[in-house]
Design a protein. Structure first.
Length: 94
């Protein structure tokens, strides 16, 4: 499996370079259990650059259905372990 480097703009304090970072990414993973304007903008960037998107949400808590216009990889998870298992499988399939 290809190794991936993770980048969290909200933790890095580097929001001004987010667009460029997304453009250079192999994949964007988004937790979408709750609606977020910022996440929506970032997913729009990924989609426009042709970067694959993996969206994750808790069972019964899909924050928005709009993400279906950007990706068909929408994973529903029960708990943290289930999320990690499903994300690992999705990354392997890229």
């Amino acid at each position: 499996m290809q190794e991936h480097e993770f980048y969290f703009p909200h933790e890095e304090g580097d929001r001004e370079h987010t667009k460029e970072t997304i453009q250079q990414s192999d994949v964007v993973v988004a937790e979408i259990s709750y609606s977020s304007t910022g996440a929506g903008i970032e997913l729009g960037y990924a989609h426009s650059f042709g970067v694959p998107i993996i969206a994750l949400h808790e069972v019964g808590n899909l924050g928005t259905t709009s993400v279906a216009y950007l990706t068909t990889t929408i994973l529903e998870y029960q708990d943290e372990e289930d999320m990690i298992t499903k994300l690992t499988e999705a990354l392997r399939s890229l």
